[in-house]
Design a protein around this ligand. Structure first.
Ligand code: ATP
Length: 245
């Protein structure tokens, strides 16, 4: 993990430091609710200098020792965004959801000060559409995305399901009996089931490896497969289908 260049200095802004820690590589997270807060903490844990901004003083206090810099600020205030140096950070995440006006105003102010590297959370399709019309390419709808993902986890026999696009996903599952105990090359998985076995992990081991054609999979291994959502789901339930049939 990269060592931190900045210590938490929550008072810097109020002490008149115009650019408390903004620099290329830093990420500003505006709105430290459940989504913004966990995103900011995870980035910080991986060595990213995070500027956390929230209008609520208690929320800011919770993150003062977790992030490189925190500021209690109304993010719709363009002057303050400039003073925090938001035009210089690599990415800005707008994680305000319920207050639509605050979310949209903040987005327009960040665009106005010249930073176009924005990720924004939306709570509805209308909210997502407005953010898109403003010119924000990365609009996230965490509840919807999680809902879709969970639906596939419930339907299939998968321990993880990662959408790459509408019609292409990666999923983690166990190798079906039909493709176990002999080298992968002997099964023609792609043609037979429409999916590719991308990687595998042996029972009890931590590391994953690329699934070359000469690899033999066993029942207690885990595999990562790629394909369309339907084919991936069908492949993950092959053993159940075989038992029923
Ligand atoms: P989550 O689901 O992530 O917990 P939420 O949808 O319940 O979020 P939101 O209303 O989206 O809650 O607010 C997220 C955070 O954004 C809150 O901590 C709130 O204080 C902060 N926030 C709201 N308006 C502003 C603003 N104008 N400037 C800065 N922060 C704000």
């Amino acid at each position: 993990m990269k060592s931190r260049k900045w210590r938490t200095r929550p008072a810097a802004f109020f002490m008149g430091n115009p650019h408390p820690m903004a620099h290329h590589g830093a990420v500003a997270v505006i709105g430290l609710g459940r989504f913004g807060g966990s995103l900011a903490t995870e980035l910080a844990a991986y060595g990213v200098d995070v500027i956390g901004i929230d209008i609520n003083e208690e929320v800011v206090a919770q993150y003062s020792d977790k992030l490189a810099f925190v500021s209690r600020t109304d993010a719709t205030d363009e002057t303050v965004l400039r003073q925090l140096g938001l035009e210089d950070v690599s990415q800005v995440v707008i994680a305000i959801g319920n207050d639509l006006e605050a979310s949209i105003l903040t987005a327009s102010k960040v665009l106005k000060i010249g930073n176009r590297h924005i990720w924004a959370k939306a709570v509805s399709q209308a909210h997502a559409d407005i953010l898109g019309q403003l010119g924000i390419d990365n609009v996230i709808r965490p509840e919807n995305d999680m809902g879709r993902r969970t639906a596939h986890l419930i339907r299939g026999n998968m321990s993880d399901f990662m959408p790459v696009s509408e019609d292409f996903v990666l999923a983690r599952t166990a190798p079906p009996v039909r493709i176990s105990d002999s080298p992968l090359a002997s099964f023609d998985v792609r043609r037979e089931y429409g999916v590719s076995v991308v990687a595998f992990r042996r029972d009890g081991e931590d590391s994953w490896d690329i699934a070359d054609q000469d690899v033999t999979l066993y029942a207690n291994d885990e595999i990562l497969i790629a394909g369309s959502p339907g084919e991936v789901e069908d492949f993950s339930t092959l053993d159940e289908d075989d038992e029923e049939g």
